[in-house]
Design a protein around this ligand. Structure first.
Ligand code: NAP
Length: 444
């Protein structure tokens, strides 16, 4: 590992990287199959990733012809790290077992441990015999869409592929580790003006928000659209907010504290709703909606921007979904990619059909969309929303923060990178982009 790190820090050439010896094992953040029942009977909110996430040495897997072995300099915590580590809504080991049925090499994934992590920045160490566009020494980020390009169903929109998976969640060998195995068609160039940890936090959330809002596969936002964004300083919400501002839309950002409201204002969002201060009670009890509260919420949006949202960026799920469907403008679109507070949704269909609204289900992004989203980061038009940086050994603590909604933006995780701030190889462009734009979410 030491010689790999030296080669990375010295910007060694392809030949030098190809000559490096690959170690037999590496450090990884895992959950364990024999612990998948450990939280049985425990309430969701009390399931603690600090108990289930372990750091352990694992053997380096063989790579397939279409794969690359990468050195991971940094990774990030995503909400799927939380889902894996609390074994909800199901244990991810069932996904690994299903994947293992697909081919001889896929059997590698079915292990008693699951290496988590669906983001990474780093350097290519080895490529399989079928890889054409990447070589050892390339500095990369990784998007998490894991598709079989020999499957015909992947060839219109790869997110529709019958065996599309999320790397590091539904596959093994994820990014919260010192090394990782990825398909070559997950690789994207690392933005040159960013550090390893700034480069590592974007791909999953940024690409998801791009597809949900900008892509024709999502809400296809246009100039002037009013967009209601739940969790507007959270992982996906913070990128959504930037897309709305960038694309000439009018964001209405919902957050749950004065500090988060301040971050939004600093980004240039004028219409901000603090849901905690507003104390919206969309449910009277676990089974009864309160329509008056939907109206009150809609009234507050109108008071801020003078009209109803053309688009609602929805992901909290059960607690907010009915309100989202209600407040969307006549003919408007609700785009949803998640259900953090519960996935059994209910809404009043009268306000949906009579007002001719649309509901769009969205999930991550295809390679093209992820590439476009990464390009915008590289051009300094969308910025990382890194708030804190943890070490790989603290993955459980970092996942705990996200589970408990104690964070803003994204939490980065240093893997092979020995400290923050490394990996910037275009300081002139960084200066042009501006430190202020890169630090909106930083706590220190
Ligand atoms: P995050 O960083 O935790 O941010 C989510 C934000 O949503 C929180 O900061 C919180 O903001 C708000 N929120 C949480 N519970 C809420 C509730 N009951 N009512 C209203 N607002 C609530 O998580 P994330 O990375 O943005 O991910 C959000 C969800 O999307 C997760 O469920 C995740 O699994 C999912 N996701 C799906 C995909 C996909 O491809 N399908 C991709 C990425 C993420 P405030 O407290 O400030 O309001």
């Amino acid at each position: 590992m030491k010689s790999i790190l030296e080669a990375i820090e010295n910007n060694a050439d392809t030949k030098a990287f190809a000559a490096l010896q690959i170690p037999e094992s590496y450090r990884a953040a895992v959950v364990r199959k024999d612990e998948q029942e450990m939280f049985t009977g425990v309430a969701s909110a009390d399931k603690d990733p600090r108990k289930s996430v372990h750091i352990q040495e694992v053997p380096v897997p063989q790579i397939a012809p279409d794969e690359a072995l990468i050195a991971v300099m940094a990774s990030s915590i995503n909400f799927n790290t939380v889902w894996s580590s609390i074994f909800e809504p199901i244990s991810t080991f069932s996904a690994l077992t299903r994947l293992a049925r697909e081919s001889e090499l896929a059997k590698r994934h079915d292990l008693p441990y699951h290496i988590m992590g669906s983001d990474a920045s780093g350097v290519v160490l080895r490529v399989g015999s079928a890889v054409r566009n990447w070589k050892p020494g390339d500095r990369i980020t990784v998007h998490c869409n894991h598709v079989d390009d020999q499957d015909p169903t992947s060839h219109n929109d790869s997110m529709l592929g019958s065996n599309q998976r999320i790397w590091g969640y539904e596959t093994n060998f994820g990014g919260l580790a010192d090394l990782s195995v990825v398909k070559a068609n997950q690789l994207m160039p690392k933005p040159e003006h960013l550090s390893w940890e700034e480069s590592a936090v974007n791909a999953l959330c940024n690409s998801t928000s791009y597809r949900m809002l900008v892509s024709p596969n999502g809400a296809h936002m246009k100039q002037g659209d009013v967009v209601l964004i739940w969790g507007a300083t959270g992982g996906i919400g913070a990128y959504a907010t930037q897309y709305v501002l960038n694309g000439g839309g009018i964001p209405v950002g919902v957050v749950s504290s004065a500090d988060k409201a301040e971050i939004l204002r600093g980004m240039g969002v004028e219409a901000v709703i603090d849901r905690r201060a507003g104390n919206y009670q969309f449910w009277k009890d676990a089974n009864t909606h309160d329509e008056k509260e939907w109206r009150r919420f809609g009234g507050d949006i109108r008071a801020l921007v003078g009209e109803d949202p053309d688009i609602v960026f929805e992901h909290p799920g059960r607690s907010t979904f009915a309100a989202s469907m209600y407040v969307a403008k006549k003919g408007g679109t609700v785009a949803t990619c998640a259900a953090t507070s519960g996935y059994m949704m209910e809404f009043d269909n009268r306000y949906f059909w009579m007002r001719l609204k649309k509901l769009v289900g969205s999930h991550f992004a295809n390679y093209r969309e992820a590439w476009e989203a990464n390009r915008l980061i590289s051009k300094g038009m969308i910025h990382p929303v890194l708030s804190q940086v943890f070490d790989l050994n603290q993955t459980g603590d970092a996942a705990y923060q996200v589970h408990k909604n104690m964070h803003e933006g994204k939490i980065g995780v240093l893997c092979m990178a020995p400290r923050e701030g490394l990996g910037i190889n275009n300081p002139e462009f960084r200066e042009k982009v501006g430190e202020k734009n890169l630090r909106h979410f930083r706590r220190s």
